[in-house]
Design a protein around this ligand. Structure first.
Ligand code: 3HC
Length: 503
């Protein structure tokens, strides 16, 4: 199947991005959008993105003109008559998708491939409603489509193998890497990403941590390119909500149940970057979310001159003690000796309070957990307990600032902040492999190329050690009782056998 001309239906953020990818790949593109205002907006998204590529020296103005010359804006489906492939990227509602595919059935040649960029709806259900279900396939791009290198190719029991192969071949021709999967809610990436994002909204809503700290924990503590709340604004809160609703409908469970705050923000029209306001405020077009680093917890006052370092991670040459000593702070290990502050070098599987009580000076004691890739930038998770005094909490913030560490604050609950976000996410990924839906390699490819993770979740779990992941999940499960935190048997087996999850 030779694909030269592609119709893109719907010119929102994703449709415009897909049209750009196709035109940059040398294909002729028919950009179909019935609403003239939406068509104009979509074309200006495309124009702006190409302008940026030119201004960054990635493309010449001549190339830009050639790319734009390959995109033909169209106000109706009739213009898709010559397309070898049509990709729809309309809003995530089954009745709208059905309508679009009925139009495509009428407008396109019977041998044209019809693809949906749906992020969560059933491709099988969409295909079953068409005249030639064998030619319908899922081609799921990631936002921003010109940048993210993943395309999920979704097969159905109705699809012709040649159609799926041709669709995957096109994606590869466009420089994308394909992960081919069956038709299950959320496919690989969204089924893993959305519950993690939803969890972040819950943490914000329940005042577990501040907005800035949640995002900083993900970037500084896990190494992700964006924090979950900033990413929700990029994806669109309305889109995220509809994906979660589909996931919750198909899979059930607390991880997929949309956080009430997410629903309220969508109801209020605060849908993210595209509306100028979501979890963050985007006052002007160039506005970025508020600086990710917490300005509340850093740079506070003069730091302590003498500290005591104790607790599970407090070996005499421990990272924290060494950093404090080289900053000229006197470091003691016996809490009976006087000091300005007691730091429990904390582990996210062990409560700080127990160590604080054992040290005998709970009001002076704060937990501190260094998160982040070893050797990379480290994030200080500050963990005051129920008994920590405000003065000690402030001294701990000043200590972190004095040591040049970005700090976030979390309550004394298993996982602290980065781990509370990360470990259930890793459990979801292990469960997906355990279910036989995708291989460990495909899960990691999807999350690295689709969501910009530096390492996929299975590799992250191997890096942390399956036994450590298991310990923290068990502590979280015990503390919260939520079955979502129950460790998947596959993880327990790898931990017991001492085998990595990526064989
Ligand atoms: N459109 C086009 N290009 C864009 C862009 C956009 N909206 N945003 C950024 N870019 C380009 C820039 O021009 C730049 O290109 P260059 O390297 O050629 O100069 C490159 O991307 C890097 O951009 P920046 O330097 O401005 O910014 P960052 O380095 O911070 O990267 C990011 C931005 C690529 C968005 C990065 O933060 C990232 O990978 N974030 C994660 C995004 C993600 O998870 N996406 C998936 C969401 S889920 C989804 O889409 C599925 C759907 O079904 C919901």
């Amino acid at each position: 199947m030779d694909i030269r001309e592609v119709a893109v239906i719907g010119l929102g953020t994703m449709g415009a991005g897909i049209a750009e990818v196709l035109a940059r790949g040398g294909l002729q593109v028919v950009a179909v959008e019935a609403d003239p205002e939406a068509l104009r907006r979509g074309m200006s998204i495309l124009q702006r993105s190409l302008d940026r590529a030119v201004s960054r020296g990635r493309m010449t103005s001549d190339e830009q003109a050639a790319v734009l010359g390959r995109v033909r804006p169209a106000g109706g489906f009739a213009e898709a008559a010559g397309a070898d492939l049509a990709i729809e990227a309309v809003p995530e509602r089954m009745e709208i998708k059905r309508q679009v595919f009925a139009e495509l059935d009428r407008a396109c040649r019977p041998d044209a491939i019809l693809a949906t960029n749906t992020s969560s709806l059933s491709v099988t259900e969409i295909a079953a409603g068409t005249q030639h279900p064998g030619r319908v396939v899922g081609l799921h791009f990631f936002n921003p489509a010109p940048v993210m290198r993943l395309v999920e190719v979704i097969d159905t029991v109705l699809a012709d193998e040649a159609v799926v192969t041709a669709a995957a071949g096109l994606a590869a021709r466009l420089g994308k890497t394909c992960v081919r999967v069956g038709d299950r809610a959320g496919f690989v990436a969204n089924a893993l990403l959305l519950p993690y994002l939803n969890h972040a909204v819950t943490l914000l809503e329940t005042r577990f941590a501040s907005r800035a700290d949640i995002d900083t924990a993900a970037t500084g503590g896990i190494g992700l390119p964006m924090g979950p709340l900033a990413l929700l604004d990029l994806i669109g809160l309305d889109t995220a909500l509809s994906i979660l609703e589909v996931l919750h409908g198909e899979l059930g469970g607390s991880r997929y149940q949309p956080a009430p705050l997410l629903r309220r923000l969508v109801a209020a029209g605060r849908t993210g970057r595209k509306s100028g306001r979501g979890l963050y405020d985007y006052g002007s077009e160039s506005a970025q979310p508020a600086a990710a680093a917490s300005d509340i917890h850093n740079g506070a006052g003069a730091g302590p001159a003498v500290i005591t370092v104790t607790g599970p991670g407090a070996s005499p040459g421990g990272e924290l003690s060494a950093a404090a000593a080289s900053a000229g702070i006197t470091v003691r290990t016996d809490p009976a000796e006087p000091s300005d502050l007691v730091i429990v070098a904390a582990s996210p599987a062990v409560p700080v309070l127990a160590a604080a009580l054992a040290a005998g000076r709970p009001a002076d004691t704060v937990g501190l957990h260094l998160a982040g890739p070893p050797g990379g930038t480290r994030l200080a998770e500050l963990v005051p307990t129920r008994l920590t005094s405000p003065a000690a909490a402030a001294a701990a913030r000043a200590l972190a600032a004095g040591l040049g560490l970005t700090a976030v604050q979390a309550p004394d609950r298993p996982g602290f902040l980065a781990g509370t976000l990360l470990y259930p996410h890793l459990a979801d990924a292990v469960r997906m492999v355990q279910d036989g839906y995708a291989s460990a390699a495909d899960v990691d490819t999807a999350m690295t190329l689709g969501c910009g993770y530096p390492r996929g979740p299975l590799e992250l779990a191997d890096q942390a050690g399956p036994g450590n992941v298991l310990d923290i999940l068990q502590a979280m499960h015990l503390a919260y009782g939520d079955p979502a935190y129950a460790a998947p048997p596959l993880l327990a087996e790898h931990a017991a056998a001492g085998l990595p999850l990526r064989g």
